[in-house]
Design a protein around this ligand. Structure first.
Ligand code: IMP
Length: 194
């Protein structure tokens, strides 16, 4: 089955490609002739995921999936949440985002947080949403060089290491994205069997 991955984020492409079985042929928007910036103007992760997948599906007609992810920090009332990508400015700079987050949490003892991923599937058969989350905490300084985005400052619950200190396979076993992808796969397997 062909699935178009509606993202230009190389970190997401690598993780989703590793999480999907080889029986799925994963294509990027360019490979199906769709170029340009994917729209992402919603107020929620759900709205953004559907918007990106719909936009590409309308242009290529193939089944499309899009991931929208947010980091929700309890001491910041859920911020940066849906605004995670542009938390420190329009250029989506990961270092600047982490720096702003660590400053906002300076001196705070409650550092609990979660990553939440919503994956939208938009195909001729309709639209579906799949959710995944992982609880954890925000470290006091970035650690590790793996992963992408906020991974150096996030340690999943029960782990001393940040996501960026884990191998890709270790992160993929427990991550928000892995959980949302598992729900997507369960649906796709059911749809194929039915
Ligand atoms: P978006 O889903 O592309 O809008 O990403 C939201 C923000 O969260 C961006 O700054 C991403 O770099 C970051 N992000 C998304 N997924 C992950 C992840 O798995 N780990 C760390 N940061 C992430």
């Amino acid at each position: 089955m062909e699935l178009v991955l509606c993202t230009r984020n190389p970190g997401k492409v690598a993780e989703l490609a590793a999480l999907l079985p080889a029986s799925y042929r994963v294509l990027g928007p360019e490979e199906v002739g769709v170029s340009g910036e994917l729209p992402e103007t919603g107020d929620t992760l759900e709205a953004n995921a559907v918007q990106k997948a719909r936009w590409v599906h309308h242009r290529c007609g193939l089944p499309c999936i899009a991931d929208d992810t947010g980091l929700e920090v309890d001491a910041l009332d859920g911020a940066p949440g849906v605004h995670s990508a542009r938390y420190a400015g329009a250029d989506r700079d990961a270092q600047a985002n982490m720096h702003k987050l660590l400053q906002a949490l300076e001196g705070r003892t409650d550092r609990s947080a979660r990553f939440r991923t919503v994956i939208a599937l938009v195909a001729d058969g309709g639209e579906r949403l799949f959710h995944g989350a992982v609880e954890g905490c925000i470290l006091t300084a970035p650690r590790g060089t793996g992963g992408f985005g906020y991974d150096p400052v996030f340690a999943p619950a029960g782990e001393a290491r940040s996501f960026a200190e884990m191998t890709a396979a270790e992160k993929n076993r427990i991550s928000h994205r892995a959980r949302a992808t598992a729900a997507l796969l369960e649906h796709l397997r059911g749809a194929t069997a039915g």
